[in-house]
Design a protein around this ligand. Sequence first.
Ligand SMILES: [Zn+2]
Length: 183
Amino acid sequence: MKLAEFLPYLQGVETTPKGNVACCPAHDDRHPSLVVKETDDRLLIHCWAGCRTTDVLAAMGLDYPDLFLESRTTKRTRRVPGKRQPEPIPHDDWDWRKTCAELERTIQAKREHHEAILAATHGLNIHQLTPEQFDEVMTYVGQAYSWLDCCERLDDTVCLLQGTLRDEEEQAECSKKRNGMNQ
Ligand SMILES: [Zn+2]
């Protein structure tokens, strides 16, 4: 969704030197505290009072993919439960379980770090910031959302990998049993 399509969903929209602000639909907002910014591929929304993006979108009757300029469902492959064909992973000497565990730890640390950055902005009075300060904060906010998005995608990848590892183990277990019965 483009900025021009998104803004009509909101009340009290003001275009200021700092960008577009509007009343946050997810809380009782008297001084516009929802910032809406358009970046290269998505809309960035941030409620300075601390509402979660998903709650703001839900209050608008929208969903997370609506923030992307091009619908992300076209880029993302949807997983159909039970229809996934596990690709064999070349095992060799590589410990994929360890890789998954390390990835999970890294993703979690990144997620916590960037959630903390977003939490730190809550309650800031955006109307008291200079445009330079505001831009700086919004840069961090933008990076934090990009990272959180990235973490979500990485989580999907790790889940897929873990599923494949489990399937392989089950197959190995089955053939072991079959071999045992044949003897
Ligand atoms: Zn809010």
